[in-house]
Design a protein around this ligand. Structure first.
Ligand SMILES: NC(=O)C1=CN([C@@H]2O[C@H](COP(=O)(O)OP(=O)(O)OC[C@H]3O[C@@H](n4cnc5c(N)ncnc54)[C@H](O)[C@@H]3O)[C@@H](O)[C@H]2O)C=CC1
Ligand SMILES: O=C(CO)COP(=O)(O)O
Length: 317
């Protein structure tokens, strides 16, 4: 099946490169600059040349002619992109490739797609994978979630490549939450490491952060097995331990008190606030998430955040 990628940032470009090594694929961006001449995305994904079957365009009508559209834009921009191009997207298989919770509504990418285009077969592709690894052809395994199992199986066939191995599930809620929440915990882990609190503190934050992920996911009806899979535990492990992660790097600079480029896409920042609000409404206790939300808004520094976590009442694990 013919595929287009909507959004020519690092992740969209990487997916288009991997898919384009095997079949015709179109990559759409608002501003493609000199990508067509250079056959490379020098801004977001340098040193990863485009394969011959990858076509690049800034004409959304051309790109949206494909039956499968991968939506690889930042989470907080997804609704805008869907609203702007809804007429072209109706009747398509729409696969969200973003990770986060929308700040204005408290819902994830599949729910945003369903809200804007109710008849869409909405899916999400998520899991541990850095764009540069995918583009370089390194092995990666991801979760593909779609409520319609036969559509999910078809998408799984179409989106699998030599270096992208996809596992499918019908649990879109679990897949959305795993990818969204792991970024918040990665900011916490980066902050602890940046402040010199050590690897034991990071392991504690990863583990207790995972408990928060499971608590919220269970409350919202996700299957525990999804959270323990690639989209949850898998991506948590990658993102909390690698300086390739922008979320982890934002945490490092918050912990170390250094500057961070505000133009960088860091999904966990808005998601921390969105989840903090969700948890307050639901009466759930998510102390690491609320500490990250406070850190982002400068209501707390890392030392005080860690003290407040350590001084909480003692409880069973
Ligand atoms: N970079 C990575 O390694 C991975 C990223 N992701 C996810 O992919 C999503 C996108 O991230 P990246 O591609 O890394 O970000 P990026 O910062 O590299 O690129 C974002 C792209 O979105 C475009 N964009 C922003 N607003 C837009 C709008 N209104 N209309 C059209 N295009 C718009 C920008 O022009 C830019 O090309 C995020 O949710 C991220 O969590 C997922 C897995 C890996
Ligand atoms: O989601 C990712 C890896 O799976 C990419 O992480 P960052 O957005 O933190 O760079």
């Amino acid at each position: 099946m013919n595929i287009s990628v909507i959004g020519a940032g690092a992740f969209g470009t990487a997916l288009a490169i991997s898919l384009g090594r095997e079949a015709a694929v179109t990559l759409w961006g608002r501003d493609i600059g000199d990508m067509a001449e250079r056959r490379e995305n020098t801004r977001h994904l340098p040193n990863c040349p485009f394969p011959p079957k990858l076509a690049i365009t800034d004409n959304i009508s051309n790109a949206a002619a494909a039956p499968i559209l991968l939506l690889a834009v930042p989470m907080q921009k997804l609704r805008d992109v869907l609203n702007t191009h809804a007429g072209l997207f109706v009747g398509k298989h729409l696969v969200a490739c973003c990770k986060g919770i929308e700040l204005s509504s408290g819902i994830g990418p599949v729910s945003v797609i369903r809200a804007v285009i109710p008849d869409a077969d909405a899916a999400i592709l998520t899991g541990p994978s850095f764009a540069a690894d995918i583009a370089r052809g390194l092995p990666t395994a991801l979760t593909l979630a779609c409520a319609n199992d036969s559509v999910c199986a078809k998408l799984q066939q179409s989106l699998t490549t030599a270096n992208l191995r996809l596992y499918r599930t019908g649990d879109t809620t679990g897949a959305e939450l795993g990818g969204a929440l792991k970024n918040v915990i990665a900011i916490a882990c980066g902050a602890a490491m940046g402040a010199g609190l050590g690897e034991s503190a990071r392991a504690a934050l990863m583990t207790r952060g995972y408990a928060e992920m499971q608590r919220l996911a269970a409350h919202l009806g996700a299957h525990p097995a999804t959270l323990s899979g690639l989209s949850g535990f898998g991506d948590l492990t990658l993102t909390c331990t690698s300086t390739q992660s922008r979320n982890y790097r934002l945490g490092l600079s918050l912990g170390a008190g250094t500057q961070f480029d505000p133009a960088t896409t860091v999904e966990g920042a808005a998601t921390a606030k969105a989840v903090h609000q969700l948890a307050a409404k639901a009466g759930l206790d998510l102390p690491i998430t609320s500490a990250v939300s406070d850190l982002i808004d400068n209501r707390l520094d890392v030392q005080r955040a860690m003290e407040s976590l350590l001084n909480r009442p003692l409880k069973e694990e």
